[in-house]
Design a protein around this ligand. Structure first.
Ligand code: PMP
Length: 280
């Protein structure tokens, strides 16, 4: 496990962030989270596309080119010797005396590479409990911003009630999970919230939608109400770290345990992560 900051690879526990780093003081930055499967950073182009979009949306100029960033990622993989890994990439507006106005300084890139966080097999078999909560976030959730406080509060509130994920509801409709996207299956049709400014357009979401297309599963990117979700045949969440994870309970409502569409899509997704070149 190791870190990269200020142009150098470092021990992951080294103290390197100056007190006036805007990521540290304001959460003034954006990030990405990439999973490496068997030496291949999965869907790296999509993640780097999204990093560029997020940075642009908050007027941060990336301090390295795309090729330079890829080189740093590959060096991190080599130096760590990890074949399966979690890579966290963060870009902040830089280091300058504390002031809300943007400083005229270069952006700062930070990266860590670690052993992948594993989800217990039991969660994939049994599904997870989830809690519906009000989505208290801002209007630009399509930006993968460092400001995650509402997401943390929601996840913690869910955990305090024995739930693994908070499913967020805004203006009467499901937006997404605190760190995942939400899908439902009803009468063999796959539903998911449309990728507007109100949600993060998940890379796993995009891959799962392509898997569904390949299997000729009907797709509707459409807003879902809480009662629609509770009445669904199957519900699952997606993210880079968990892949597809079935939901067995929403609030007090138990969902059916027979999940044929989820199983088929999870299988198709695992074939992608196992590394057919066409999907990298
Ligand atoms: N929504 C939110 C709010 C998230 O934090 C995440 C995880 N990064 C996702 C969705 C899933 O995105 P991805 O599939 O790209 O990991």
């Amino acid at each position: 496990e190791l870190a990269y900051y200020a142009g150098e690879f470092r021990d992951i526990n080294e103290a390197v962030i100056p007190i006036d780093e805007r990521g540290h003081q304001f959460g003034d930055g954006v990030y990405e989270f990439i999973r490496v499967y068997k030496g291949v950073p999965f869907s790296i182009e999509r993640h780097l596309d999204r990093l560029e979009r997020s940075a642009k949306a908050i007027f941060i100029e990336l301090p390295v080119s795309r090729q330079e960033l890829k080189d740093i990622i590959h060096q991190a993989m080599e130096k760590s010797t990890l074949k399966d890994a979690d890579i966290y990439i963060q870009v902040t507006r830089g280091i300058a005396p504390r002031n809300h106005l943007f400083p005229d300084v270069p952006a700062q890139l930070a990266l860590t590479i670690r052993h992948p966080r594993q989800t217990p097999e039991e969660a994939y078999e049994k599904g997870i409990f989830t809690l519906l909560l009000e989505d208290e976030r801002w209007a630009n959730c399509y930006i993968k911003s460092l400001n995650l406080l509402p997401n943390l509060l929601a996840k913690q509130a869910a955990a305090s009630k024995g739930c693994k994920e908070a499913i967020l509801v805004k203006d009467g409709y499901i937006t997404e999970g605190s760190s995942s996207n939400v899908f439902a299956i009803k009468d063999n049709v796959l539903f998911t919230t449309p990728a507007t400014r109100k949600i993060l357009s998940g890379i796993t979401r995009a891959n799962v939608l392509e898997c569904a297309q390949e299997q000729a599963i009907q797709i509707r990117e459409q807003n879902m109400t809480p009662s629609f979700l509770k009445d669904a045949d199957e519900v699952f969440i997606t993210s880079t770290s968990v892949g597809l994870l079935p939901v067995s309970k929403i609030d007090e409502v138990e969902l059916p345990t027979f999940r044929p569409v989820t199983v088929a899509l999870k299988h198709a997704y695992s074939l992608r992560t196992a590394g057919t070149k066409a999907y990298q």
